[in-house]
Design a protein around this ligand. Sequence first.
Ligand code: GLU
Length: 423
Amino acid sequence: MSTAEVGSHLRENPFELAKSQLRRVGEVFALDPNLIRVLSQCKKAVEVSIPVQMDDGSIEVFLGYRVTHNIARGPSKGGIRYHPAVTRDEVKALAMWMTWKCALMGLPFGGAKGGVVCNPKTLSPKELERMTRRYTSEIINDIGPERDIPAPDVGTDGRVMAWIFDTYSMNKGHSVLGVVTGKPLSVGGSLGREEATARGALYCIQALAVKQGMRTSEYSVAIQGFGNVGAHLARLLHLEGAKVVAVSDSRGGAHNPDGIDVPAALAHKQERGTLAGLANAEPVTNEELLELECDILAPCALEQVITEENADRIKARVICEGANGPVTPTADAILEEKGVLVLPDVLANAGGVVVSYFEWVQGLQEYFWREDEVNAKLHDIVARAFEEAWQTRDRFETSLRLASYGLAVQRVAEATTTRGLYP
Ligand code: GLU
């Protein structure tokens, strides 16, 4: 199945975009062009074929990737994506963004990402398990607690992480908790990990509210995507008293300018697997949702949903990137011109990898923390990164994105220079 056949959401090559962002950071922060050249490439990209016996007895061969962008600051870290439109260059871009995200948060990790070209929604649980176990076997020498640590991403969840953990551990002959994060609690997961990405986004929105002299409860928010990030963000913002005016999933969305009944939306999605038909709301398409009247727009689904095509029609004053790469660089420039503030992905959705870090530490120590401890430590890290990015933005008179990437790239550059180029 080629990307063209499934109708990719990617209009531009994401790796080219990621590299152009890096070059821009190099200019704004006057970084050594030699270093920028080094950081423009991924350290390692593994491509594997994954033959899987389907339930009907036939054999399907899936294509999988695992890419490490950089390990100057520690083992590489990043999710695994199951999606029909996965490409090698998408995984490379996502791996590079993980390097910046981990560095911005001050975590001792480099960046990585994995992906399998498949539609997990059409696979049976048994097929999904066989595919995951074979994929894990194919990359078994590339992952490990000191080497490269996967986690959930689009289309994967705790159940998939448990299979990766089990496959790796069975091959080693003992349980290796630190090989993967986002595991279910019963097999060494961390309290607070599941909602951590959304919680990190909430902490950024709260930090922004302080800067803007607002209360979080005064914001109206439209959320695209109702998976792990979007659904938890809707729930947490609703608990804070904010008005969630629209929500959507891959099949479409619901809008009510007076506020969506978020607990009802969560229950509806749970029961029917979709938001379609939600009571007390008007149907909206995913494209329409982006252009609704609201204070904060949170794209929490896929990359490149805000492009030069629609950037001009965005009415929100703030964009909170729950997804990785939802705003293209051209759209970024248009939004900046319009005075729209973008809370960039590496800041706004970093909560997930921060609590992944906590899970890895807890697994290595076999000592587990209370949920309130996890959340308090997450808050410390995200709030500090927000403040550092905000100050850098003011000092360099640049966007919050360039400020965040700039801080991150400088940290990776410093580690690279200090270590020196081998040999
Ligand atoms: N996939 C998530 C991200 O893009 C989490 C990665 C992780 O926890 O390692 O940040």
